[in-house]
Design a protein around this ligand. Sequence first.
Ligand code: 7TS
Length: 412
Amino acid sequence: MFDIKAVRKDFPVLDRQVNGKKLVYLDSAATSQKPLSVIKSLTDYYENYNANIHRGIHTLSEEATEAFEVTREKLRQFIDAAEVHEIIFTKNATEAINLVAQTYGRQNVLPGDEIVITPMEHHSNFVPWQQLALEREAKLVFLPLTEEGEIDLVAAEKLITKKTRIVAVTQMSNVLGTINPINELAKLAHNVGAVILVDGAQGVPHLQTSVRELDCDFLAFSMHKLLGPTGVGVLWGRESLLNAMPPYMTGGDMINSVSREKTTWNELPWKFEAGTPNIADVIASAAAIDYLNALGMDAVRAHEIELVEYAIKGLKGLGDAQIYGPHDATKRGGVISFNFKDVHPHDVGQILNDAGIAIRAGHHCCQPLMRDLKVMGTARASFYIYNTKEEVDILLEALKEADKVLGHVACR
Ligand code: 7TS
């Protein structure tokens, strides 16, 4: 475990007040807060070596290029990829998934083929596959969930068939918190000759992730959810697959040679990085990875389990809260979606905001799942390394108040 007081000191925003109360930030699943080292890395780049990369032969450009590529190598190690050129920078997880759908997907999915997803996917790992299926006259197949909000593996075995080309699944649900059995799904996909894309937007920030152990084919995530700046997404893919895929966007940097008649593509990873990338934010992402490595991902996970266990117990103690997803903290990540019967989650969110508590309320970009759960939305508290049990207590106290304000009658 780590020293939580020392961790909190590294996040300046945690000192601020909201509505006259000390901020309790419980919305890290939307975006995490950033430590000083990340913020300083950004200003250091702009103050000392701002230059475009991969082109100039001047010192500033060389320094920026080196720092940019250092992040790529750190990411390779962080997710245990075999090759550094398998790491592609995008602007977010959404773009990384779209890249695969529009290149690998278009190339490999034919009429009558099937794309397998789950009902718990974020729209980012849902709409691109739905649109691809419509375009290719392919079928979108949904793996059913159990009552507890876990993927039904027995059903999955029957639904992943020779017709399946792609299985696209989240590593961790941003609503239910469920941690999915990627390894088992990868086996099922590979047994029928399909590939598996893992949406790691929620998983990678919280779980020690090895693409070799998961045995997946693509992994997509966003740095802004793991202490990094906004505007940096990561796509990891197997070298052989990336090499066989056409480019996603064309233009500068991604070419090898251009003539009036013809263009040839640059090698990996640059084939997929057209134009000037998000240099500053990629460079500062290295500080985010260093920060998590220093804490240790095992400790990050242990801290999260402790908080989730504590919060679920507390929420159950309130009596009126319906909690979605598995209740066992070891089977889920640090997001807890809940509802007070009949009370609109936005009202819960508003009252909590008055108490300085930031949660998210709504459909969480998972409208099909909301329909399955038969709710219009949920309130969602999500935790990260800087959250404490005291903050969970503040949340629980504020919910008790909300219960009074919103009327007990509505909650029964
Ligand atoms: N996949 C999952 C599982 C997510 O939770 C999110 C963002 C994304 C993909 C998309 O990430 P982006 O960086 O490309 O936007 N999830 C949320 C959320 O739960 N609240 O705000 C954003």
